[in-house]
Design a protein around this ligand. Structure first.
Ligand code: PA5
Length: 486
């Protein structure tokens, strides 16, 4: 049982829907709510309006992520904004050796996905020609971690020595500093530490590119700094919350720095958006996914979603999704202000790795999970398992099979085993791992969360819960500073 788009993108829900799983009766009971949710998505697309959504300051705020795939004059992504990104790309290829992408949450997780899919694990060890002239790329500012930050600084220092001795030139470092609010402590503290250290290295040239809220009336701290220092600026657009920004200049500036195909990525998202405009739930991947997961949670107690892509470089997709699901749907109050404590709990897993750890709990633990697989149908690079030890029968038996075939057999076996023991699971299949299909997948997940927000009657676009610890942390830090001063 699956929904397959013309592109080859497929949502197999056979182990999530049917007898003993989410039933037709469940979905029928949501018919009116689904219609309303679908209507709400239309209004969101046309007017940027979502009922009940307010900004952090309690002001009405637009919701514009559904506009991001459409490159049009006056839109968030326009021919002019894409041309600027191309200029950034040309600049980094010509003038930059190292990019450090600094950000956290929505200002980090999507960028890591793009990097992993495009570059893999060994990008920074490749010679520049093999990186097609693109710089080395590192991530920071996504934790307040003295060791990781210090290690990065020392690594850049070592690179600068090599640059100086081998190429007789300074190492050119671009700090891509991303913060919508412009003052996030985790990111800004890391930035200051790195900026200060690099400025002191004689063999390093530092350039900063700021990606922040572009509003000029009440400029963010980062915007003010960028204006004062003359740093190049890109926008985290109004109306697009952090976890939805991978299709904006947050993700696209990083994409430009690694040669990721921006147009194909947005095209994938656009085609998915069109599919998600279908009124028929069985043809609309986001609506169907949201309805099934919502019903699984509310009617069958399956309120944990294990996002389990098969393939190492897709683990960051799972991490990106965890934020999307947790921040969007984990809400104490519904849109009417009634306490509901809604939310499904997300969990990161990766196949086959976690079949040797989490699967025991998925297979026999509490009946409270949906395991959501992601699978790549055709791998661009594949390896045949050789008959290296013919004398060892167990090893000889798997010889001749490709690694991608073995990976899929493992996933399928896991799905079958789970299904045979009343364990809900489903699978998204991408025909191949490229920018287009990644755009389809990420956009579908974002749209699905928007549908679920409507079904659960919670605001999927705010995150009031993350303010609580911030209100405690600020004064605590201040007290610490004062105590140190004494
Ligand atoms: O989704 C969100 O809004 C958050 O996760 C933010 O992206 C995260 O807190 C980082 O915020 P900022 O971009 O303002 O530094």
């Amino acid at each position: 049982m699956s929904l397959k788009l013309k592109s080859g993108f497929e949502f197999d829900y056979g182990n999530l829907y049917g007898e003993g799983k989410v039933t037709d009766a469940d979905l029928k009971s949501y018919e009116t709510d689904l219609k309303k949710a679908h209507e709400a998505m239309k209004v969101m697309r046309e007017k940027g309006f979502i009922r009940g959504h307010l900004s952090k300051d309690g002001e009405p705020e637009k919701v514009l992520f559904s506009q991001t795939p459409y490159v049009e004059e006056g839109n968030i992504n326009s021919p002019a904004s894409l041309a600027r990104l191309k200029k950034l790309q040309d600049h980094v290829k010509a003038d930059v050796d190292v990019v450090v992408s600094l950000g956290i949450g929505g200002s980090y997780l999507g960028n890591k996905v793009l990097f992993d899919v495009q570059c893999g694990a060994f990008w920074n060890t490749l010679p520049k020609e093999e990186r097609k002239g693109f710089p080395r790329v590192y991530f920071s500012g996504n934790n307040i971690d003295p060791r990781a930050t210090g290690d990065l600084i020392q690594h850049i220092k070592a690179l600068s020595k090599i640059s100086c001795s081998h190429e007789k030139k300074k190492l050119r470092v671009l700090l891509l500093l991303i913060s919508k609010s412009g003052g996030t402590l985790d990111t800004m503290s890391g930035f200051m530490v790195i900026y200060d250290a690099l400025k002191k290295f004689e063999n390093v040239e530092v350039e900063v590119v700021a990606v922040t809220d572009p509003g000029e009336e009440k400029p963010t701290l980062l915007k003010k700094l960028a204006m004062e220092k003359g740093w190049e600026q890109f926008a985290v657009p109004d109306g697009v919350g952090g976890r939805f920004t991978v299709f904006t200049e947050v993700g696209l500036t990083l994409a430009a720095c690694i040669g990721f195909d921006i147009q194909a990525f947005l095209d994938g998202a656009k085609d998915m958006d069109k599919a998600c405009q279908n009124d028929d739930i069985w043809q609309n991947p986001a609506m169907l996914n949201a309805a099934l997961k919502f019903a699984a949670s509310e009617r069958h107690g399956r309120d944990i979603e294990v996002m389990m892509p098969y393939g190492d470089y897709l683990k960051s997709v799972s991490e990106w999704y965890i934020q999307l699901l947790a921040e969007s749907l984990g809400k104490q109050f519904n849109k009417e202000g009634k306490e509901v404590c809604y939310g499904r709990t997300p969990c990161v897993a990766v196949g086959t790795t976690d079949m040797h750890s989490q699967t025991q709990a998925h297979q026999q633990g509490k009946l409270n999970k949906v395991v959501q697989f992601i699978r790549i149908k055709d791998w661009e690079d594949d390896l045949v398992i050789p008959n290296a030890f013919p004398e060892a029968k167990k090893l000889a038996d798997i010889a001749g099979v490709t690694m991608s075939e073995a990976l899929e057999v493992a996933r399928q076996s896991n799905a079958d085993a789970l299904a045979s023991n009343k364990r809900y699971n489903a699978c998204f299949t991408l025909p191949t791992l490229n920018a287009y299909h990644l755009g389809e997948l990420l956009y579908m997940l974002a749209m699905s969360i928007a549908y679920e927000g409507e079904l659960a009657d919670v605001d999927a676009f705010d995150q009031p819960g993350v303010e609580s610890y911030k209100r405690i942390m600020g004064p605590k830090l201040q007290a610490l500073k004062e105590a140190k001063g004494k």
